[in-house]
Design a protein around this ligand. Sequence first.
Ligand code: AMP
Length: 228
Amino acid sequence: MRLILLGPPGAGKGTQAKRLQEHYGILQLSTGDMLRAEVAANSEIGKQAKAVMDAGALVSDAILVQMIGERIDYADCNHGFILDGFPRTLPQAAALDALLEAHGQPLDAVIEMRVSDAELVERIAGRFTCSRCGTLYNDTLKPTAIPGVCDVCGSTDFVRRDDDNRDVVTQRLAAYNLQTAPLLPHYDAHRKLYRVDGMADIGTVTEQIMAILNGLQEAQPDTAVAQN
Ligand code: AMP
């Protein structure tokens, strides 16, 4: 199964990708995580990407296309993958179409996660992660049960992303609306686009996505239509 989770920053793509990865055993490929790893390693790509990411803008298509092209060649992607954060521009989508065609691996679905701008800002500005186990929290929407202690692993070390603040989030939303939203008609025209209500609680969103995927397993590929 090859999926794209498409939606603005804070829509819950990472959270849902992890749940789907666990359920279906297919790999989450997060380009944001890959870039943050490059930044942490202080690699050439990381050095180029850091300032762009901190400003809430998009890193160059050439870097992203090469990164994803190399990654999907790994054997662990043979059974499929969940793209989280890629593609984000029309040139990236075109490059992905060509890559998948060359691999003989058609895309199964693009799931759009819809969330209002006000909710997105609230979600992102308060977001933090356990540095040991990666569990995501939010100051107001999902705090730890005991302040400063991870509910899952008990660690007291947390990290906040440099770009998860109110100023940068505005830029990230603008980049989404300008450069990524045009992908919606692209995938709709290819009859790959499905929509879920990203405002619902985490479990309900997962159920909505699984219902689409289960339906797809039975349907003919050419019956795929956007859901509202
Ligand atoms: P994310 O973790 O998906 O929110 O990504 C964090 C940042 O990484 C974005 O704001 C961009 O600066 C950069 N980034 C991630 N994926 C892409 C992509 N597909 N194209 C361009 N920039 C990206």
